[in-house]
Design a protein. Structure first.
Length: 274
């Protein structure tokens, strides 16, 4: 089992992360409702090629928390882990973790390359009316599984069959445990976040944007908006996948990540063809 290390974020909160494998560090930011346990199927395909460094976002797993929550603190958490590693690193974010990884990279000059798998932007993928209030009420009532199921059905657009397939995954109980934080604060942070195109356009590091071929059109619109904003990015479609390739086909996801990270040395500032 990998050793748990701790970085100290800007506000003093301890942020836990692990290291396994060999090669350049690859900081991994999980989504919501989720935790670093969600990477269990993906790690074996990454570890022969790189040092996987999955973090526990604040309030999750072995990480600490603060009396009050701010989305921007999560960006600082990623930068703190990068600084703690002390070398150049690559960064990966999925869903809720996508904007967190992107914003964290803007704060961390040692980030070389960024991989974002369907970064969730509610300006393109709006939450259904009343969903925030419903989740907050469920969190107050302790209905964590209700939050998880409602998130998948009413927000992510999953069918009953798809939800049942996820419930069969070993990570399901841990996802339910994480759902309360989503209901209490992360859903509102996700809803309020807006892509600051002027700031994000200053990220001159290579970025790979991943999207499932079976994901909804509004998710594609969000990915394309990020691609249009960044000076050095490209989109790759994961054929036959949706938002959870790391659970359904981790080998496919790992192959695209490794191909991007090992194809050639990054050349910052090259930009896109006109």
């Amino acid at each position: 089992m990998s050793e748990v290390r701790t970085a100290r974020s800007a506000d003093g909160t301890p942020i836990a992360y692990r290291q396994s494998g060999s090669g350049a560090p690859f900081v991994m930011v999980h989504g919501a409702p989720a935790g670093s346990y969600g990477w269990a199927g993906l790690l074996p395909f990454l570890e022969p090629h790189l040092t996987a460094c999955p973090i526990d976002r604040r309030g999750h797993g072995a990480s600490g928390d603060a009396p009050t929550y701010a989305h921007t603190r999560e960006f600082e958490d990623v930068a703190a882990v990068v600084t703690d590693l002390g070398v150049s690193v690559d960064v990966f974010g999925h869903s809720f973790g996508g904007p967190v990884a992107l914003e964290g990279a803007l704060l961390a000059p040692r980030v070389r390359r960024v991989v974002l798998y369907e970064p969730w932007l509610c300006e393109y993928c709006p939450q259904p009316a009343g969903m925030l209030e419903r989740f907050e009420a469920m969190a107050e009532a302790g209905d964590d599984e209700g939050i998880m199921v409602s998130f998948l059905r009413d927000f992510a657009g999953y069918s009953d069959e798809q939800i049942e397939a996820l419930q069969a995954q070993p990570s399901w109980p841990a996802r339910v445990e994480a759902a309360r934080l989503y209901g209490e604060r992360e859903a509102r942070a996700e809803n309020d976040y807006r892509l600051d195109r002027e700031r994000v356009s200053t990220l001159d590091r290579p970025v790979l944007l991943l999207i499932g071929s079976e994901s909804p059109v509004d998710v594609r619109a969000a990915v394309e908006a990020v691609d249009d904003t960044l000076p050095d990015s490209r989109i790759v479609v994961l054929e036959g996948q949706d938002h959870f390739a790391h659970l359904v086909d981790p080998q496919l996801l790992a192959r695209e990540i490794i191909d991007f990270l090992t194809s050639e040395e990054p050349t910052s500032g090259v930009g896109k063809a006109p």
